[in-house]
Design a protein around this ligand. Structure first.
Ligand code: NI
Length: 196
């Protein structure tokens, strides 16, 4: 493993190690892993850039704010990355967030790959686990027909992710993860009504 990748992983482990809403170190690890796979299958030339953006992407999240922006800017530079490269990585990270996406905006291939990897981690079995973990932290009940519940979050966000993929590889993985969430919801409601 490249030294700089290792030190980025260490930084995230230190800052987000036990973050309880599913933005913890292992989220960064899974996004990194998926981003590498997608970059490989999509023949992306800037794989190191993709890897570092994937690992560091949530240090910039408003929900987390583990370290100030400046600190993050310095981090890749301190590991011998040229400034232009560090800026490119920051540029990718700034465009990852769900909320910051603008209708019809043009994005780079690298942003598409990291965004897909991050969104895929909100889908499937992992996505289900993260949805309820976050729900507990922010005071949502599991399900209530009156709202403010984690099940509603599937309809508000998670079931929309499949149609928001940027890469072909992302779309393929998303299809499977989406299907699993639909099956889960179907079963959930059958159990909810005492039919199973
Ligand atoms: Ni994330």
């Amino acid at each position: 493993m490249e030294k700089i990748v290792e030190s980025a992983l260490n930084l995230v482990r230190e800052k987000l190690g036990d973050e309880p809403t599913g933005h913890d170190y292992w989220h960064a690890w899974r996004v990194w892993n998926l981003a590498k796979r997608i970059a490989g299958e999509e023949n992306c030339k800037n794989e190191l850039r993709v890897q570092l953006a994937a690992i560091l992407h949530d240090l910039n999240d408003d929900k987390v704010r583990a370290i100030p922006q400046e600190n993050l800017r310095r981090q890749p530079a301190e590991n011998g990355l040229p400034k232009a490269e560090a800026d490119a990585i920051m540029g990718i990270i700034e465009k990852i967030s769900f909320r910051k996406q603008k209708q019809g905006e043009k994005i780079s291939r690298e942003v598409g790959i990291v965004r897909d990897a991050d969104r895929l981690d909100a889908m499937g079995a992992i996505g289900i686990a993260r949805c309820f973990a976050t729900g507990a932290v922010i005071g949502r009940v599991i399900h209530s027909p009156d709202g403010n519940d984690s099940i509603s979050h599937f309809h508000e966000k998670l079931l929309k992710l499949k149609d928001m993929m940027h890469t072909e590889t992302g779309r393929k993985i998303a299809e499977k993860r989406h299907r699993y969430m639909v099956e889960f919801l179907d079963r959930f409601f059958r159990e909810w009504e005492g039919k199973m």
